[in-house]
Design a protein around this ligand. Structure first.
Ligand SMILES: [Ca+2]
Length: 123
C-alpha cells in the first residue's frame, strides 16, 4: 500500500504542473472547516469564504447543474471527499473543465473563476 500511495502522489504532482496549478493553490485538506465531511463544497469567494454550495451524499456520479444564484459564482473549492470532481463551464457538463482531485482544496480558481455551471463526479 505504501508504494501505491507514493505513486499516486507523484502522478498528481506531475499532472498539476501540466495544467499550471501552483503550490499555493493546491493545499492539504481541512483548511476549510465549514465544508461537511465527505462533501464537495463550492464557495462564492476565494479562500473558502462567502456563500457555500454543498453537494450532498447523493451526488456521487453523473452531471449536476449548479442551480440558481451560484451559477457562474464559484471562486474556491473544498473537495472534502475521497473522489475527484470536475467543474464545467456550461450546464450539462459541457465547455471548458477543471479537474479537482479528491481531498483537495483550491483557494482560488485562476482562469476558471466565476465560470462553473455544472459539476460531474467521475467514477
Ligand atoms: Ca465568485
Amino acid at each position: 500500500m505504501k508504494s501505491k500511495t507514493r505513486t499516486v502522489a507523484a502522478v498528481v504532482s506531475f499532472t498539476a504542473s501540466l495544467v499550471g496549478i501552483t503550490a499555493a493553490e493546491a493545499q492539504p485538506a481541512h483548511a476549510a472547516s465549514s465544508c461537511p465531511a465527505n462533501a464537495p463544497c463550492l464557495y462564492q469567494d476565494p479562500m473558502w469564504s462567502g456563500g457555500i454550495y454543498v453537494f450532498g451524499p447523493g451526488a456521487t456520479s453523473g452531471c449536476w447543474n449548479i442551480a440558481g444564484y451560484f451559477d457562474n459564482r464559484t471562486s474556491s473549492i473544498d473537495n472534502n471527499r475521497s473522489r475527484p470532481i470536475v467543474l464545467w463551464q456550461y450546464a450539462g457538463c459541457r465547455g471548458e473543465s477543471k479537474y479537482v482531485y479528491e481531498n483537495w482544496e483550491l483557494s482560488s480558481l485562476g482562469s476558471f473563476d466565476n465560470k462553473a455551471s455544472s459539476v460531474s463526479f467521475p467514477s
